[in-house]
Ligand binder design. Structure first.
Ligand code: AMP
Length: 580
């Protein structure tokens, strides 16, 4: 294990425009009138050209990684190793200061910055992001080069002498060999998703590139995880690197909640369907372990009527682009993908990531779950496991430093209700074009004259809904809840206790905590009031050794269970339910 020193001592402290407030040595771009006052990006010290562009993208305030490293990158020269997940805003974190420095070098027309990334998709995404940020920089030029595409057009593009080259290692090495790219004057080298580059076998290519670029440069290394190989790269090619960890090391984004569902192996696909059906608005990626599994699951979903498709390495680049286009346009709601195929894809606002099967390398889970919960959004990362896979969950918990909640697959009835309500919401949201539909109204009335309003509604909804009713008519409970082994004489062995009749208009909510955990009525009242239940909504409370019963007004009881069941309370799992 290498230890990273703190900020490099004695390195020249660079000009910090916003902080100095002087116009000396500024590029004309910096004189542009600052359109947004007292914006926190401005406080970080970015020039107004960049601020204008990112404001137009809707960036209101810096994300934690940006807040953490942009000031350092603007004011110091030190190398940085940054452990940050995808979706944290790291592209802007390294991109904006790099653009600043290019402006500071008067937008001189030579390649100043090199970004290395593991995949073509990530290259394209980084390039697009940097193009967006640099929209107002005059004559700015960026070129991306990657494998799997013709090399000639890339050689031609490089002849423009871009300020920034974004590349995959293999293709860049090829271009260096052909003397198509001049990296002799770069001042900044960025290794993005370094762990992925090494996972993908780019170690030798990376070594060769790092050997061939100038010694005098700043290196920024971004990685979601810190395996030994990444530490080795840092040790060999970086000087006194400052280590920055955003969030906890290797931990998943705080915006992502992690759940697992435990089922018998034979029920895995049925469980997937149940999860997908329970979230009618789902927009997510389903991760599979192999290309074959990816193809099989996508085919099964398509056959069962879902807007799904597969993304894996057997597809041609054109097919992949088509699938991605449909997914980005939301014509596809579910993308079934292998880890390799999904790398670098830039889709925001994913509501769910579903691990149909966990990856062989559990570390890969971080990358999967990082596809959701991006920027300020929240997301769910779901894992379907069989009874033998629980240990994997525990291992992942250690890596991401977060706990998984065991979730219960909904019953058929719950799925059907959810679907029905969603259909009604969709119908309510339909825009009726009165003028255009008017000529057809008499025809419609004639066709439906013998049907009541209720019948029409029922028929209308049944059109879509029958599929769910048919499928879920005799739906089994697929959940496996591993009972804890009970010790002889424990309270749990006694017949289930139910309290005496409660107050009128109230329901009993049972919570899995009691005097054994030193719970008192005050704790319960505090818990309920923190959930927003007023004192009048809380009735009798009965506390037993390892459970307690709270009388909650009938209209709030379900809400209380939703908020408390399968959550954490004082470091232990809390279960709750309404008992009759
Ligand atoms: P990245 O981690 O670079 O892939 O960024 C994830 C997403 O967050 C991208 O879609 C960015 O456009 C977006 N993003 C980055 N920084 C900000 C910010 N400060 N405010 C809002 N969105 C951001």
């Amino acid at each position: 294990m290498i230890t990273f020193a703190g900020v490099k001592q004695g390195c020249p402290v660079r000009k910090h425009w916003a902080a100095t407030g002087t116009n000396q040595e500024r590029h004309p771009a910096q004189h542009h009138k600052r359109s947004i006052m007292a914006n926190s990006f401005q406080e970080l010290g970015l020039n107004s050209y960049l601020i204008k562009a990112i404001s137009e993208l809707g960036f209101e305030k810096p994300t934690p990684v940006q807040e953490r490293i942009i000031p350092d990158l603007l004011s110091q020269d030190n190398d940085i190793v940054c452990l940050a997940q995808t979706g944290t805003g790291k592209t802007a974190a390294f991109g904006l200061p790099s653009l600043e420095r290019i402006v500071e070098h008067n937008l001189g027309r030579y390649t100043q910055v090199l970004v290395l990334s593991p995949t073509r998709e990530l290259c394209k995404q980084i390039t697009q992001d940097l193009r967006n940020y640099s929209k107002y920089l005059p004559d700015f030029c960026i070129v991306d080069v990657y494998g799997g595409a013709g090399i000639e057009p890339q050689i031609k593009a490089l002849k423009k002498i871009p300020h920034i080259v974004v590349a995959t290692p293999g293709r860049l090495l090829d271009l260096i060999g052909r003397k198509a790219v001049d990296l002799s004057r770069i001042h900044t080298l960025i290794l993005d998703e370094a762990d992925e580059m090494l996972n993908m076998g780019f170690k030798e290519d990376l070594d060769a590139i790092l050997e061939s670029v100038p010694q005098e440069k700043r290196v920024l290394l971004f990685s979601a995880t810190l395996p030994l190989e990444v530490e080795k790269i840092a040790k060999t090619y970086m000087q006194d690197a400052q280590m920055v960890t955003v969030g906890e090391r290797n931990s998943g984004s705080d915006n992502v909640k992690h759940y697992f569902y435990m089922v018998h192996e034979k029920d895995r696909y049925a469980a997937l369907k149940r999860i997908v059906d329970y979230y009618p608005e789902i927009y997510g990626i389903i991760f599979c372990r192999t290309r074959r599994e990816t193809g099989d699951i996508a085919s099964a979903l398509i056959k069962d009527g879902y807007d799904a498709d597969a993304l894996h390495g057997d597809l041609s680049q054109m097919q992949r682009d088509q699938v991605m286009k449909r997914f980005k346009n939301r014509h596809l709601k579910l993308l079934v993908a292998t880890d390799v195929a999904a790398r670098g894809i830039d889709v925001n606002n994913l509501s769910h990531v579903i691990n149909y099967n966990l990856p062989d390398e559990v570390e890969q889970y971080t990358h999967r779950s990082g596809r959701t919960g991006r920027a300020d959004k929240t997301g769910k990362s779901i894992v379907i496991i069989n009874t033998k896979e629980q240990s994997k969950i525990r291992r992942i918990e250690k890596i991401i430093n977060k706990t998984f909640a065991q979730a219960k697959l909904p019953t058929g009835e719950e799925v059907c209700s959810k679907q029905l309500l969603s259909m009604i919401d969709q119908i309510n949201a339909v825009e009726v074009r009165e003028d255009e539909i008017a000529p057809y109204l008499s025809l419609i009335e004639e066709k439906w004259h013998n049907l009541s309003r209720k019948d029409i509604i029922k028929k209308f909804l049944s059109m879509e809904f029958n599929r769910f009713l048919d499928y879920y008519r005799n739906a089994q409970d697929l959940n496996i809840v591993q009972e804890k082994k009970k010790k002889k004489g424990e309270e749990a062995d006694a017949p289930a206790y139910t309290p005496k009749r409660g107050e009128k208009g109230f329901k009993w909510v049972k919570l899995s905590i009691g005097t054994k955990q030193s719970i008192t009525t005050r704790h319960i009242i505090r818990m309920m009031t923190s959930l927003g239940v007023g004192k009048r909504g809380i009735g009798k409370i009965e506390i037993r050794r390892s459970e307690c019963f709270v009388n909650i007004s009938a209209n709030a009881a379900k809400y209380v269970v939703e908020q408390t069941n399968n959550t954490e309370y004082r470091g232990r799992r809390l279960w709750s339910e309404i008992v009759d």
